[in-house]
Design a binder for this molecule. Structure first.
Ligand SMILES: *[C@@H]1O[C@H](CO)[C@@H](O)[C@H](O)[C@H]1NC(C)=O
Ligand SMILES: *[C@@H]1O[C@H](CO)[C@@H](O)[C@H](O)[C@H]1NC(C)=O
Ligand SMILES: *[C@@H]1O[C@H](CO)[C@@H](O)[C@H](O)[C@H]1NC(C)=O
Ligand SMILES: *[C@@H]1O[C@H](CO)[C@@H](O)[C@H](O)[C@H]1NC(C)=O
Ligand SMILES: *[C@@H]1O[C@H](CO)[C@@H](O)[C@H](O)[C@H]1NC(C)=O
Ligand SMILES: *[C@@H]1O[C@H](CO)[C@@H](O)[C@H](O)[C@H]1NC(C)=O
Length: 361
């Protein structure tokens, strides 16, 4: 529309965007795997193409990830699409079946915070230790393998090479679990190698996304298996095959067993984790509301058809290494609290974005 206003001061989104950007950046800290309870990022792959309409695409991105949130955290899998034309965004999230519901929520929250780093690319995927999240302009949910498939290999916790005999046991086990995955419940199969005096136990698991059919799952895990056997064995104590439609993992550690045997996080750690999840989602909800509000506003009032306010928010996320420390998040949300709090929603607090500009028309 040609009736674009010149004065930025009259744009209703900018003050809200500035406040949000400020709070998000204040709350953002560079925190890595050293943060206890934070699942490690194994790989991030961002698409090479940029979306022709970043602002509209960002809105659909937030909507799609919000749509799949409920199903991923409830059942470990969710897929959805939203938007139209160039603003269509498909999304898929999957937790590995060995995660507890709480760990799945934490993992999904973390992946959802990290994935916007790929924007404004029109597709991206992230593999965390325990979950997967992907978005794209095309419906990729039936894709099992593609050119971005990769393997990640790691050393054992003490840094040394695996004990003699481990590689052979791990290779046999990886073959076993990948052969079983496509016929298993939820396309998930995990097992350990038999006890033997000569070799330490190996542990392995294979998981396909639930959007695949059985034959696509079998093809996917076979491809991931071959990559892991070729690239990670015999030298590495840990290996991950990361495909478009599945993951295969082996380790010297019983990673898929409940953590209480191995001394996992205590209940206070758990409590903090849950609070952090609630906080992260309240921050995400704020962003979502800002988007929807901006969108409705711009529909209602064609004078405000440029959406640089909302783009600013999502790009602030993209530019930062958003990993929330609880104290900082609380400080940020308390600050925000003073601006305007509407009430409690399913994802934590819901805030109103204050519009200081009276409509003068
Ligand atoms: C989508 O983007 C392309 C490239 O910018 C443009 O040519 C096309 O008209 C757009 N389509 C729609 C429906 O807006
Ligand atoms: C979530 O799961 C329910 C029940 O399985 C299904 O009806 C719904 O379409 C799913 N929604 C999304 C967004 O995946
Ligand atoms: C994506 O494609 C699959 C079939 O490959 C279909 O079942 C699914 O409904 C599609 N998703 C959306 C959001 O349209
Ligand atoms: C499984 O899915 C793939 C990919 O969508 C498709 O090409 C194939 O025909 C499907 N196979 C069966 C048996 O449905
Ligand atoms: C891990 O590395 C240490 C140090 O080299 C080695 O002694 C140990 O056997 C390895 N553990 C396994 C399970 O391979
Ligand atoms: C693989 O499966 C076969 C048959 O089920 C079993 O005999 C063998 O011990 C398994 N190997 C490993 C390493 O789990």
């Amino acid at each position: 529309m040609q009736r674009r206003r010149a004065g930025r001061a009259h744009h209703p989104v900018l003050p809200a965007a500035a406040v949000l950007t400020h709070l998000l950046l204040a709350a953002a800290t560079v925190a890595g795997a050293d943060e206890p309870g934070t699942p490690a990022i194994l790989a991030t792959v961002c698409g090479a193409r940029q979306t022709p309409d970043p602002e509209g695409f960002d809105v659909s991105f937030v909507t799609t990830l919000e749509m799949i949130y409920q199903n991923v955290t409830r059942s470990g899998y969710g897929a959805a699409g939203s938007g139209a034309g160039n603003d269509t965004v498909f999304g898929l999230g999957q937790c590995l079946a060995y995660l507890s519901p709480t760990d799945c929520q934490l993992c999904y929250a973390q992946s959802r915070v990290k994935l916007p780093h790929c924007l404004p690319a029109d597709g991206g995927r992230i593999y965390l230790d325990g979950c997967f999240l992907r978005y794209g302009a095309d419906n990729f949910t039936a894709v099992a393998t593609d050119a971005s498939d990769t393997a990640v290999c790691g050393s054992n916790a003490t840094g040394g090479p695996p004990a003699p005999g481990f590689a052979a046991a791990a290779a046999a086990l990886v073959r076993n679990v990948t052969a079983a995955a496509s016929g298993a419940r939820g396309y998930y199969y995990a097992s350990s190698s038999p006890e033997s005096g000569r070799a330490p136990r190996a542990y392995a698991a294979a998981q396909c996304w639930r959007s695949l059919n059985a034959s696509a799952c079998a093809a996917c895990v076979a491809s991931a298996r071959d990559r892991v056997l070729r690239q990670c064995l015999p030298g590495a104590a840990e290996g991950y095959g990361l495909n478009a439609g599945c993951v295969v993992r082996y380790s010297t550690r019983p990673f898929y067993l409940p953590a209480d045997a191995g001394g996992g996080g205590g209940s206070s750690t758990r409590h903090t984790v849950i609070i952090v999840i609630a906080s992260v989602f309240s921050a995400v909800a704020v962003i979502g509301i800002a988007f929807v509000w901006t969108k409705m506003r711009s529909r209602r009032d064609h004078l405000h058809d440029d959406m640089d306010g909302s783009g600013e928010i999502i790009r602030a996320i993209a530019a930062s290494h958003l990993s929330f420390k609880y104290q900082e998040l609380r400080r940020a949300t308390d600050e925000f609290n003073q601006i305007n709090k509407l009430g409690q929603g399913g994802y934590g607090s819901v805030y109103k974005v204050h519009d200081p500009t009276p409509t003068p028309f």
